[in-house]
Design a protein around this ligand. Sequence first.
Ligand code: ZN
Ligand code: ZN
Length: 181
Amino acid sequence: MLIQIDKLKRRPRQIKLNEQATDFPVLRELIEQGTVAFNEAIHGTLEVTWAGDVIEVAGLLTTQVTSPCSRCLMPVVSQLEIQVMLCYAGKEDSEETAPGEDIEIQSEELGLIPFSGPEIDLRPDLDQEIIMALPQQPLCQETCKGLCPVCGGNLNQVSCDCEPPVFHAGLGALKNFKVKQ
Ligand SMILES: [Zn+2]
Ligand SMILES: [Zn+2]
C-alpha cells in the first residue's frame, strides 16, 4: 500500500484493495479486544492522482463486520461502506510553490495530510478511516430492551420478575456489563 510519488507523476494509479482487517495494526487491536469481528476482507478500488502539490486518494471500500449490540451484547452484523478521501500535501515543496501566504491555514482547513519523502504509506491512514466507519453504538434492533440490570437476562428473550433496583440501577448495570464481557 505504498504510493511512489515519482511514478504517480507520470500516470494516475488505481489500487485494488483486498486486505484482511488484521493487516491494519489498530484494527487488529480492536479485533483482539473483541470490539469487532470482520466477516470478510476489506475490498474496493482507490484512485490515486497527483495534482500539483496535492496527492488525492479517493474511492469506496466495503466490508462486513459483526459487533456486539450496545444494549444486549448480541452480535449485530453491519455492512460497511467506507468513503475514502485522503489528500496529501508535500512538506518540502509547499513553501516554494505556495501561491499565497495563506497556504498553511488552507492546508489545515482542507484536512491535508503532510508527507515527505519519495513515497506515501496508505496503511495507517486507511486504518483510521476504517475505524471511523465502524458502527459506534450498534443495536440488534431499534427497540432492543437490553439486559436486566439485576439478573443479566436478555430482556428481548426472557421476561424476568426482577424488582428494578431503586438506588443503584446504574451501578448494577455496569457490574453486569463487565461480567458479561
Ligand atoms: Zn440488542
Ligand atoms: Zn432480571
